[in-house]
Structures are given as structure tokens and as C-alpha cells.
Design a protein around this ligand. Structure first.
Ligand code: PLP
Length: 390
């Protein structure tokens, strides 16, 4: 029997973080003491007032379908939050509530990707960008993200890659996996240069926007009115409010695209889980100290992981300014990155991700998520040190 599925399915990739998670769980089930610095999710539970809002919504009868775009209260809440944080006015008509931040990149790449066009994406970067681009048949064009540039793109280098075939440019700051925060001067230069390429859409993944350190400022692409009619901003609740399992995300879409997304939603998922939407509203309109406390805790761990890594012979780690990932340079250890990550898991029980899982420029690096306790991070560092000394 031959099932005639589309060719794209043979090109689609995965997130190796989930493969590593499965292997780590299997090792743990076999009795190994595993420390998971692989998966990118906060190790906190969702704040109580958010959980209570979902419970209340269930009790109050929020059991039916909602507007495919999301309940209007939540879309207004998103606009209020954007105005409070970024000082930018957005209409609830441009907001789409989706089942997880990832869905926005899926939709945006599906909308623009097809054979013959190019889509630019950060390398190293979130693996799903490239996977989805290849799925559509578009040509993936990596935007180099280099340690010597503070793990941010270089505007001039990026603009040089734009040509008549470019349909979509994907940007991500604060960034996974490197923890870079792109400085305002690079974004200013990029946006200015994009004036010469008015037909290129931009997808800005700002899901770590509230996780910055050392005074680094997250500059949202929403602050540039000149690109608003071709800008998609991806954000959501997963990281900011420790809600990865709720599957809640949102995006700001330009006037010319938002109705396509509404129709795609109606064709695919109808609407996002109704009680989860009320929880999302409580997250945005309730007290924000939970976010500040979580970020302060990540900051503390960031110090532990960076100082600890730099004390290990053969490893040097730049101080990440955002997200909750360290991306140490491991070239001097003599290991290929994926071999090192695999050995660390199998032999010491420390789960990390090899840099090449995020793109070709990831060779020479591994990613450690510091969404784990200080105690576990310290134990992991001592195991890594011990392994490399052996
Ligand atoms: N964008 C980036 C850069 C991410 O790292 C992630 C998750 O790891 C997402 C988007 C997706 O988030 P969500 O869990 O809300 O789908």
C-alpha cells in the first residue's frame, strides 16, 4: 500500500529537546539520577490566581466555543498589556489568541512558504522555524547569530541576505537558544534598511520579551509604525507566566493578514480552550509580581550557571542577557557538541542540547536551560566538570 501524502512530510523536522526529554525520562525510570537542563520550560507552577481564574470560569459555565479570534475581553486584555509594557497602541481586531506561541510561527510560515521563495530565520535559532520552512518547500536562509555580536543579528549582514525572492524574515529576541538580546541600534538599522524591501513580511518572536537581565532592554518591533502593516508579533503566556502546558499564545497580525488567520482558526481549532482564555486574562490583568519574582530567580541561577561553566576547563560562557538559556562555547573541550551532550546525558545524567540542533552555526556550543533549582544546577556543573576531567 502507498499512502499518497505530500512531499513536505519527508522534510519536516522536530524539536530535539523533546527527544532528549524522552531519553532523560527513560534513564530516570531506569533508576538514574537525571538533572534536566534540556527542556525550555519554567520549573515553576502557574501562579495561584491564574489557576483560580480557570477554575472559576469552569464553574461559571465557560464550556462552549468562543469567538475564533479569542474572547474579546482577552483580546482587549492583550492590548492593555502591550500598551502598559511597550507604550504601543494595538486594536483587539488585530489580536489572534492561539493554542500556544508555536502556532503563530506555524501559521505565518505556512502563509508565506512555497517553492521558489526564501524565508530568513536565525541560526542558531528555534528549530521549528527551519523545519516548517522546509515543510513548505521554501528555501531556508539562515541569519547568522554569532557570539562575537553578543548573540544578536548584525543588521547590515542580515539586510544583505534580502533579495527579490525573500517573502518572510523571522527574528527572535530575547533569543532561544543563545540568550541574546538584540540591541536597539541593530533593530533601528534593520528596520531602516527594510524600507527598501516593502514586500517582505516580518515575524518577530518576542515570547521571552519580559525575561531580560543586566539592564538589557527588550525592543519590540511593534515600536516601529513604518513596518506595522507587514509585521506579525508572536507572544504568549508559556514562559512569562509558567503556562507551557495550558497551550496559550497570541499574536498581533497586520490588517491585511488577520482575517486569513481567523479563517484558518475556524478550519483548524475553532477557538482556544475557553477556561484557559479566562486564565490568560487573569494573568495579564492581575498582579505582575509573579513575573518579576520568577525573572529575579532566573537571574540568580544565571549567575550560578555562567560562573560555574566558566570555572570548568575547556568551557567559556558568555553572560546571556535574556530568556533562560546559557549557550557555552565548548570548542576547547575537543568534543563535537552533540557527542558531548549525548555523553553528558548517558554517563552523568545531565540533560543538555547540542548546539547543532539549533542550526549549523550551533556547532561548538551546547544549550543549558537554567529553569532548574540552584542546587540541581550546581550538581550538574560538578558532574560536567568531573566528566571533562576524566
Ligand atoms: N518561540 C520560541 C523562541 C520558543 O523558545 C518557544 C518555546 O520553547 C516558542 C516560541 C513556543 O512557545 P509555546 O510553548 O507557547 O508554543
Amino acid at each position: 500500500m502507498t499512502l499518497n501524502v505530500i512531499d513536505g512530510l519527508s522534510r519536516i523536522g522536530e524539536e530535539n529537546a523533546f527527544t532528549v526529554l524522552a531519553r532523560a525520562q527513560a534513564l530516570a525510570a531506569g533508576g538514574m539520577d537525571v538533572i534536566n537542563l534540556g527542556i525550555g520550560q519554567p520549573d515553576f507552577t502557574t501562579p495561584e490566581h491564574i489557576v483560580e481564574a480557570a477554575v472559576k470560569a469552569l464553574r461559571d459555565g465557560a464550556h462552549g466555543y468562543t469567538d475564533a479570534r479569542g474572547i474579546v475581553e482577552l483580546r482587549e486584555g492583550v492590548c492593555g498589556d502591550i500598551e502598559r509594557r511597550l507604550g504601543v497602541e494595538v486594536s483587539p481586531d488585530n489580536i489572534m489568541i492561539v493554542p500556544g506561541g508555536k502556532v503563530t510561527m506555524y501559521l505565518a510560515i505556512m502563509m508565506f512558504g512555497r517553492p521558489g521563495v526564501e524565508i530568513m530565520y536565525p541560526d542558531p535559532g528555534f528549530p521549528i522555524y527551519r523545519s516548517m520552512i522546509e515543510f513548505t518547500g521554501a528555501t531556508p536562509v539562515p541569519i547568522p547569530i554569532r557570539e562575537e555580536n553578543g548573540f544578536a543579528f548584525d543588521a547590515a549582514e542580515t539586510l544583505n541576505l534580502v533579495n527579490a525572492k525573500t517573502a518572510l524574515m523571522i527574528l527572535n529576541s530575547p533569543a532561544n537558544p543563545c540568550g541574546g538580546v538584540t540591541p536597539k541600534c541593530e533593530i533601528d538599522a534593520l528596520v531602516a534598511g527594510m524600507g527598501a524591501h516593502p514586500d517582505v513580511a516580518i515575524l518577530s518572536d518576542e515570547i521571552y520579551g519580559q525575561m531580560t537581565y543586566d539592564g538589557a532592554v527588550h525592543v519590540s518591533l511593534l515600536s516601529y509604525p513604518e513596518i506595522r502593516e507587514r509585521l506579525i508579533v508572536l507572544d504568549g503566556w508559556s514562559k512569562t507566566y509558567a503556562m507551557t502546558g495550558w497551550r496559550m499564545g497570541y499574536a498581533v497580525w497586520p490588517d491585511g493578514l488577520v482575517d486569513h488567520v481567523r479563517k484558518l482558526a475556524i478550519n483548524a481549532w475553532s477557538c482556544v480552550n475557553a477556561p484557559a482564555q479566562w486564565a490568560g486574562l487573569a494573568a495579564l490583568t492581575g498582579p505582575q509580581d509573579c513575573v518579576a519574582e520568577m525573572v529575579a530567580e532566573f537571574d540568580k541561577r544565571r549567575g550560578v550557571v555562567v560562573d560555574g561553566l566558566n570555572a570548568i576547563e575547556g568551557i567559556s560562557c558568555a553572560r546571556p542577557k535574556g530568556a533562560f538559556y546559557a549557550f557555552p562555547n565548548i570548542v576547547e573541550t575537543g568534543f563535537k557538541a552533540k557527542v558531548l551532550a549525548s555523553n553528558l546525558l548517558e554517563e552523568t545524567g545531565v540533560a543538555t542540547i547540542g548546539g547543532p540542533d539549533f542550526g549549523t552555526l550551533g556547532e561548538g556550543y551546547i544549550r543549558l536551560s537554567y529553569a532548574n533549582s540552584v542546587e540541581n544546577i550546581e550538581r550538574a556543573l560538578s558532574r560536567i566538570d568531573g566528566f571533562l576531567q576524566r
